[in-house]
Write a protein of this length. Structure first.
Length: 325
């Protein structure tokens, strides 16, 4: 089965998709598997999707998801009958595939990071490096912005979000400072929020802006990222055909911890007391096999510093082999 060339592949790779080859190679898109059905959980600017399409046989199929309207617009430029894009979170993949008559897939790739174009676009509000409106929504067509949430959130909940999602030890001081400032004026810009945090945090981590953890926490909460990840992992596991693989790229410890614990729960099945007279063949069997854990190489991190925290975990669904339909 011959793979098909995909227009725009080299252009997509210019966005420096993290662990591009490693994540796609782990899906083993060769032989009969090249004719299977695959999911790209976060299209972004299409680096992973285009590389998968370049390896798929003519009978293959790729269904991608993204919440970002700009990502959807980019995906819609791909004219390939094997490709479909869904404007929604990968947490909805079970329902989206059922609507397309797909019960199982041969591989799933989840890239949990935000894309460089999102970070670099000041109008999106993800970064404090350039001043912009405090939005932070992945999907700008629904939900409330970070500014709207900060305007009304209870101080105690704000502290909990910053502490739990940002792993910020100065969460109490930051939450108190935000509530005090919003009583004077609306907090509507990224630089405004960054300045409030900088004034509240007296001890700074070397090489890291004091606002980094707070921005991460607010972004995760506004976009329900951890809730989506939990739902997405469960849906992905249920959709994987026996022998199919899941590649997951995480970018911060909260995500990676969830992915690691989820995969471990499927790979390590509780066994009965060894003293019981149970045949080995009758013992509980694991549902998944952990394949590999990979981090970006030195040259990749040097070329793309945003890759430094990335972790790729790959697991395989156990059971009799067979292609998905």
């Amino acid at each position: 089965m011959n793979s098909m060339p995909v227009p725009g592949l080299q252009h997509a790779l210019q966005h420096k998709t993290v662990l591009l080859d490693e994540a796609v190679d782990a899906l083993e898109l060769s032989g009969e598997r090249a004719a299977g059905t695959y999911i790209d959980g976060t299209f972004g600017r299409g680096g992973h999707s285009r590389l998968i399409l370049s390896k798929l046989a003519p009978q293959g199929r790729l269904i991608a998801f993204d919440k970002d309207p700009q990502a959807i617009a980019t995906a819609e430029q791909i004219s390939d009958p094997r490709f479909a894009i869904v404007h929604d979170s990968f947490a909805t993949m079970r329902e989206a595939l059922a609507a397309r008559g797909v019960a199982q897939v041969d591989g799933i790739l989840l890239d949990l990071g935000i894309s460089s174009p999102q970070v670099d676009d000041a109008s999106r509000g993800f970064s404090f490096r350039n001043d912009g409106p405090l939005d932070m929504r992945m999907d700008t067509t629904r939900g409330i912005s970070a500014a709207e949430w900060l305007a009304g959130v209870d101080e105690r909940q704000l502290e909990k979000v910053i502490r739990d999602y940002g792993e910020e030890r100065f969460a109490f001081q930051i939450a108190k400072a935000i509530v005090a400032r919003r009583a004077v004026e609306p907090i509507s810009s990224t630089r405004q929020l960054a300045a409030i945090v900088a004034n509240a945090v007296k001890t700074r981590e070397k090489g890291k802006d004091p606002a980094t953890r707070t921005f991460q926490a607010v972004r995760i909460f506004v976009n329900k990222e951890l809730e989506d990840l939990e739902a997405g992992l469960n849906a992905a596991y249920e959709l994987l055909a026996p022998g199919a693989r899941m590649s997951v790229i995480s970018f911060h410890s909260l995500e990676d911890r969830m992915v690691k614990q989820f995969l471990a729960s499927k790979a390590n099945v509780e066994q009965p007391d060894r003293r019981l007279p149970i045949r080995a063949v009758d013992l509980p069997q694991p549902f998944m096999k952990l394949v590999t854990k990979t981090k970006p190489s030195g040259p990749e991190v040097e070329a793309n510093p945003r890759a430094r925290s990335a972790v790729l975990r790959v697991a395989e669904r156990l059971g009799a082999s067979g292609g998905a339909r």
